[in-house]
Design a protein. Structure first.
Length: 179
């Protein structure tokens, strides 16, 4: 009995060797190597935290951190409530729920390049853009969604929400079905 149990443990540990080795080779080693390289110059001479000092003093780096936080906060802050509201509405529909589920999942399965091209045409800065066409119908002048620095971040957040909201809708919908 003891020999059979030992054989069972050996087979389990043998199966674990491949993913553990893969994690060390492809994740942990490059992470540690990159971290140690960040304390060196191009000639592999140790220079301490000089690279980090240069990086944190760079205005473009600080702006990229602000943009990333902005995208994360707005993306999650709007994605979850929108998905929950749509899932509740979808849950109250008596028929054709599957059609709506497919429609909401379509953006998620599109490549990001396809979504970017689609939103390029939706948010064109002149009257040729779909959004600006509808704005002109109600008397609002055309907006430069991606061209205007004040509106670009919000336009990208809108695109990201549209692409990813379908997954959360389906998750909330599945949860509402079990209640």
């Amino acid at each position: 009995m003891k020999k059979n149990k030992l054989k069972n443990y050996i087979s389990w540990y043998t199966l674990l060797i491949i993913p553990i080795l893969g994690t060390f080779i492809f994740n942990i080693y490059p992470l540690v190597n990159t971290f140690t390289d960040s304390f060196q110059n191009m000639k592999n001479i140790f220079i301490g935290t000089v690279n980090y000092d240069i990086m944190f003093q760079d205005a473009e780096f600080r702006q990229s951190i602000i943009n990333t936080l902005y995208m994360a906060v707005l993306g999650v802050g709007f994605n979850i409530p929108i998905a929950f509201v749509i899932a509740n509405m979808l849950n109250s529909i008596p028929k054709s729920k599957n059609i709506f589920k497919v429609v909401f999942l379509l953006p998620m399965i599109m490549s990001m390049v396809t979504v970017a091209i689609l939103f390029k045409y939706i948010f064109m800065p002149d009257e040729d853009g779909i959004a600006n066409y509808f704005l002109s119908l109600v008397g609002i002048r055309p907006k430069g969604f991606f061209n205007d620095p004040d509106m670009a971040r919000e336009s990208f957040v809108t695109m990201a929400i549209w692409k990813s909201v379908g997954y959360n809708i389906i998750m909330f919908f599945a949860g509402l079905q079990t209640v």
